[in-house]
Design a protein around this ligand. Sequence first.
Ligand SMILES: [Zn+2]
Length: 200
Amino acid sequence: MADLTTAQAAAVLAALGFDNARRDVVAAVTGFQRGWNLGAALDVDGVVGPHTSDALRTSLARHQQGLPTMSAHFSFVEFRCNDGGRFPECQRIWVLRDHVRRLEAYRAHVGTPVRIVSGCRCKRHNAEVGGASSSQHLFGSASDIQALVSLAERRQLRLFAGLGFQRSTGKVVHVDSRDRSGHNTTGGTPTAPTEWQYAT
Ligand SMILES: [Zn+2]
């Protein structure tokens, strides 16, 4: 099949939750390419070539069937910055493929759906929610998740390089892949993750 035109790609991306697709299609295509996990990794170049066109068609068909659009169990829209689209510089969805792969492994381990509370965050939204200035959410390599497992259990999984947990419950509510983000200031790895606790 022919490559999608820019307008066709923008329409597909908008359907997948990229509400920036019509004003900044290159950013939306780039975000799609970074996270897409339903086949071989795509080149992350913002260009709608043959592989990206096929991937967009695959995700759109799944969307129309009510199936997850990014990986076997996760959709792009779940990771969209929660700023409500108020900041024009926000690229909306830029989650890292490797982070999604780890979330899939985690989901398989716990055996239940995993709700993403907060995925990507642009600088302004990160600041307004009180995130750390070097938060992994800025780089598409972190997720705040529904509290399901204990820190000890999560540590055994050896999936994530950063783990934030609730002091009150001991459950993990933040996971990140800082070792893949290019911004690993603490040196955390899946075998020796950076850990911290939240007061609430
Ligand atoms: Zn934002």
